[in-house]
Design a protein around this ligand. Sequence first.
Ligand code: HEC
Length: 443
Amino acid sequence: MLNKFIAIIVFCFFFKSSFGQKITYYEHIAPIIRNKCAPCHRPGEAGPFSLLTYADVAKRVSFIRDVVESGFMPPWKPDNHYRIFANDRSLTNQEKKTIISWIENKAPEGVSKNGEPETDNLISGTQYTRKPDITLKVKKAFVVKGDNEERFIVFKIPFEMTTAKNVAAIEFVSANKKIIHHANFAIHPVADNIDINQAADFVNLTDESRVNYDQYLPFKKEMTYYGGWIPGTSFESYPADLGWVMPKRGVILLTIHYAPLAKDEEDISGINLFFKETPIKRVVNVVSLGSGGVGESSIDPYFMIQADSVKKFNLKILTPQDQSLLYIWPHMHLLGKSFKSYAVTAAGDTIKLISIPAWDFRWQEIYRFNKLIKVPKGSVLTIEGTYDNTKENPNNPNNPPKMVFSANDMKSTDEMLTMLLVFLKYEEGDEYKSLDALESRKK
Ligand code: HEC
């Protein structure tokens, strides 16, 4: 009897603490918003408004409810049943429920212990967890003309440091991310006998003769690393003894594709680098597969998307050595409908890599695996992309639809089936190495 009585008291206590508690902004909502929304919704980032204070959030609650319920925000496109990634920014079901109940209960503010919520997990000018050691950026603000034309500009960013540096993380930065469709950068080491300050600061591939680009050829003899940015992309970082070495001297060639604008806007873009003192025992590589990269001519069938068709292509590539994958970056343009990649080992086992069932050009990311993924030598890596070139595709840039190819211009009206892999040569035990805890924001 007494036991039963105690059990009831314990039950009531439990019930009160877990269900009777009032959800308030400072106690429950701010931590979610800070981790899952504010990285983009703050000054200088891609979101159209800040979500840093109670006032910022409270005045948009019905809007926030809509985007959270529909899953539009935070943007996260991969199918989490196919594979889970370490840099997943989607809301858990519990987080969704908490936000929605809070809004249904009239979004109470609650009491803050020390004023506005801490934002020390967010560092101005970066998505990473600390300030960059160096930012290599263009010399002068570039004015993008407001004449409703897309523009491709290649910027030259020369650099010279005291020594070569071990890279812990790298990210693209810009003062005006909202006007950028995408950016690619390549880091070229340059020998001492070549002047890194020669040649123009930028070449405007849209308005100038393409021959002007040739002035950059002397810098392009070697390449250390390359990467890119698309809305939604954060940074790339590596575990302690992995990474690559930033050369002491060289040139970064940064190609930016600016969106068509109705009025002039300025931009200053560049690269943030985060260094580490620990030695790099294993060098990380990056490879681009498909359009514009390895295996381009093996895309099957020939990469051509007829008007009014929905068409599927695939690319199969043999893995030449045992590899360990760190990151995967699928890329298609506006006609993209779905994307999938997997590897089949010689023994017939399937290694699921990524599936994006409803492709959305606006949200792309360098997806980080939650542990190193071993792909054994002899595995066939498959990339599958489906494209919708009908007028039912609301993102189709052509009305009526037109035949589309992959062209070197890489305009958003052309198409691509591309996938970047960041990988290492496999070593025993890699498949147990976690990439989850690489850097976590302060919770
Ligand atoms: C990866 C960056 C990123 C993250 C993370 C993110 N947003 Fe956004 N958000 C954006 C961008 C960019 C837009 C503008 C999108 C557009 O206009 O298509 C946007 C738009 C919105 C809008 C306006 C939608 C509309 O229809 O115009 C709301 C509301 C919003 N976000 C809320 C949130 C909330 C709440 C979270 C967290 C739960 C969140 N966002 C997380 C980048 C982000």
